[in-house]
Design a protein around this ligand. Structure first.
Ligand code: SAM
Length: 201
């Protein structure tokens, strides 16, 4: 069943922020790069007292996410079709996010494409600005080089603290870790995820 696009998809009117999609004042969590929607359709079901926004830049992926959502099971979910980058603060109110999830961000493996990677100094500064103090960012990537890059970017940021003894761990920080389509595929090919966890100072 195709879910109600109008219900789930955020259309930002002038002066509005994505936060305004929910009127109930519940804590708001963000997933960046929702892909085929496994996390954004499943994790919020066991956290109905929190709200979730899945931010995904690809229209086809948004449509796949919509097929997995239903108003009955996912009243606390919305989707934002937008690209996350250093401009992310235009979509959210300052210090308004209680947590951020990013599973398998595009690794852009070629050196000449590294500047396209999501994790850059200006993105981390903007992300910190929309997160509540002590809110956490949970990240996973199967790409070892990108994992090291991400750790290095966070280590340079004055806004975040690593919450793991080993910044890159082989097991998920979440009790209810949702294995996404991409994680499953990469595991099958012999590339298990690396998990990282940071706190907004
Ligand atoms: C490798 S897939 C991973 C999808 C999903 N998280 C998973 O684990 O299966 C990366 C996804 O992030 C989306 N994406 C990449 N860069 C993005 C950005 N800057 N902002 C929003 N979405 C992005 C892509 O369109 C794609 O759906």
């Amino acid at each position: 069943m195709i879910a109600d696009r109008d219900y789930f998809l955020i259309e930002l009117a002038a002066g509005k922020k994505a936060n305004d999609s929910f009127a109930d004042g519940q804590d708001l969590y963000l997933e960046i790069g929702s892909g085929k929607g496994e996390f954004i359709s499943r994790y919020p079901i066991s956290h109905l007292t929190w709200n979730f926004i899945g931010m995904e830049m690809n229209e086809k992926r948004i449509r796949v996410c919509l097929k997995k959502l239903s108003v009955e099971s996912n009243p606390n979910v919305r989707l934002l079709r937008a690209r996350a980058d250093a401009g992310i603060a235009e979509y959210f109110r300052p210090e308004s996010l209680s947590g951020v999830f990013i599973q398998h961000p595009d690794p852009w493996p070629k050196r000449r494409h590294h500047r396209r990677r999501l994790f850059q100094e200006d993105f981390l500064t903007a992300l910190a600005g929309i997160m509540k103090p002590a809110a956490q960012v949970q990240i996973s990537t199967d790409h070892a080089d990108y994992a090291a890059w991400i750790v290095n970017e966070f280590s340079k940021s004055p806004h975040f603290l690593c919450l793991q003894d080993d910044p890159i761990q082989g097991h998920a920080n979440l009790d209810e870790h949702v294995v996404t389509w991409f994680e499953q595929e990469q595991r099958r090919l012999g590339y298990p995820p690396n998990f990282m966890l940071y706190k907004r100072i």
